[in-house]
Design a protein around this ligand. Structure first.
Ligand SMILES: [Zn+2]
Ligand SMILES: [Zn+2]
Length: 320
């Protein structure tokens, strides 16, 4: 089968054996989505080697321990746990110390014709959710997952910094809970996407007018300046949610966190079922984020496209 792989510091479309893993389900991938994490891996981040990609929708081809899933259209939670530790016993592999993560840690990913995951990671996609929408379940789950960690009610003042894919999905998700969500970004055309959903937006250069105005600020820009702006925007005793895996050494003034008694919350993966429900109910719009759809054979080019300015989500389809 074809797979988009990062190996020996090089990204390439490779021909590899179709996976055969009797203890896991085999999924024929229909579409996959390119995430900023894929771009970071392709730059050599985290030393991952193998097939990249973790956002997908596909059809179950084999599942020895879950035959009812065969032929079903599914999405899959990306963390695969040991099944034995305290975290896994509570049915939450997201923090299993021995976990592998689809296309990110120790496990081949989704930019391929086939992938494997434990059957318990798979969720059936309702017919009313299109393939293109279903690919967004993973990033949408990550965005909506903030509400698992931080209480957000209709009066909570929320600012989201970053008008990229993640910031957009965070703003849309949190606007389902709060009436006061503001998305801060640099790009008028990207901000316009959430304005269409009746979410307030502010250009970065005007953001400081909103100094000390928010109970919760979500940093989703992935830049060091975003971190400092977040501290500017927060009210005393506010909550700073760090959503982007910022890999540089951030320079920030720790005393500000102390003096203003800021709570810092790191936030990574969310639950899939609530995200699937949001898509089923058309509570969020993901289709306007799609910039381009390419075939897996054009995978290397697709990664280059995803890096370009102004490009939001690039999808890969596995035409055969
Ligand atoms: Zn991702
Ligand atoms: Zn475990």
């Amino acid at each position: 089968m074809k797979a988009l792989r990062f190996e020996n510091n090089q990204l390439k479309l490779a021909d590899i054996l179709k996976p055969r893993n009797e203890s896991e389900a085999v999924v024929r991938v229909l579409q996959s989505g390119i995430c900023n994490t894929d771009l970071e891996i392709a730059r050599g981040y985290a030393g991952f080697s193998g097939t990249i990609g973790h956002e997908f929708v596909g059809i179950v081809e084999a599942a020895a321990d879950a035959p009812q899933l065969i032929g079903k259209r599914v999405v899959g939670e990306i963390n695969a746990g040991c099944g034995k530790c305290e975290q896994c016993r509570q049915n939450d592999a997201r923090h299993c110390p021995a976990r592998t993560v689809l296309g990110i840690v120790g496990r081949d990913g989704a930019h391929a014709e086939f992938l494997t995951l434990p059957a318990r990671n798979l969720l059936e996609v309702p017919d009313s959710v299109s393939d293109e929408q279903a690919v967004f379940v993973e990033p949408l789950a990550a965005a909506f997952g903030i509400t698992e960690q931080v209480e957000i009610v209709s009066e909570t003042g929320v600012a989201v910094i970053g008008d990229g894919k993640l910031g957009n999905l965070c703003a849309q998700s949190l606007a389902l809970k709060s009436r006061h969500v503001v998305l801060v970004g640099k790009h008028k055309e990207k901000l316009a996407l959430v304005e269409a959903r009746h979410i307030e937006t502010v250009l970065l250069e005007n953001a400081l007018k909103l100094n000390r105005s928010f109970d919760v600020v979500v940093e989703a820009s992935g830049s060091e300046s975003g971190f400092n702006l977040a501290l500017d925007l927060l009210k005393p005793r506010g909550k700073l949610v760090l959503k982007s895996t910022f890999h540089g050494a951030a320079k920030w003034q720790a005393w500000r966190v102390v003096v203003d008694e800021i709570t810092i919350v790191g936030s990574r993966c969310g639950r899939f079922q609530p995200a699937l429900d949001l898509l089923k109910n058309n509570s969020v719009d993901v289709e306007s984020l799609i910039s381009e759809q390419l075939s897996l054979r054009e995978g290397v080019k697709a990664i280059k496209r995803a890096k370009q300015k102004g490009v939001m989500k690039v999808l890969l389809s596995m035409e055969r």
